[in-house]
Design a protein. Sequence first.
Length: 177
Amino acid sequence: MPQGQVHSPVTYIVPIVLVVLLLGWRMYRMTQSRRLRLEMLWVTPAIFLALTVVSLAPQPPEGIAWLYLAAALVIGGALGWWRGKLMRITVDPQTHVLNTRASPAGMLFFVAIIAIRYALRGFAVGQSASLHLSVNVITGVFMALAVGLFGVQRLEMYLRGSRLLAEARAGSAAAVP
């Protein structure tokens, strides 16, 4: 920024208001019970994986940057497994339709992840030169974190949903004479 140039408070307030509104809308939607389609759980992780590959392809990471990407993927996977466990999954006993709804702990976890990501991204981009990382690698790290988070969250939900569905079907089959 050129010397003497001052940013207006609006420069900071507008993004914060937008993030708060989007988080509020997302948290409201998370309180609603939604149908869980096991066959569609792969879509979001696949989209994030494709976006990650496309963003890293023009300038692939080198050397230790691959380690950072792998670590972000593993950390995202651990967070995703935990987030997946916090999702409530129910089975309708008559129709065997799966439904999911976030728990209050799951919603707080979601807000904490967003806040930490926002703070770390600002720090990492601001310190990219001293960290000896390009902005492309920093972006890739956050995208790898998202791939791990969404991929493993959906995997955990798929495994648990499949088990609950199999138990419900077995229970119905046992009840029929």
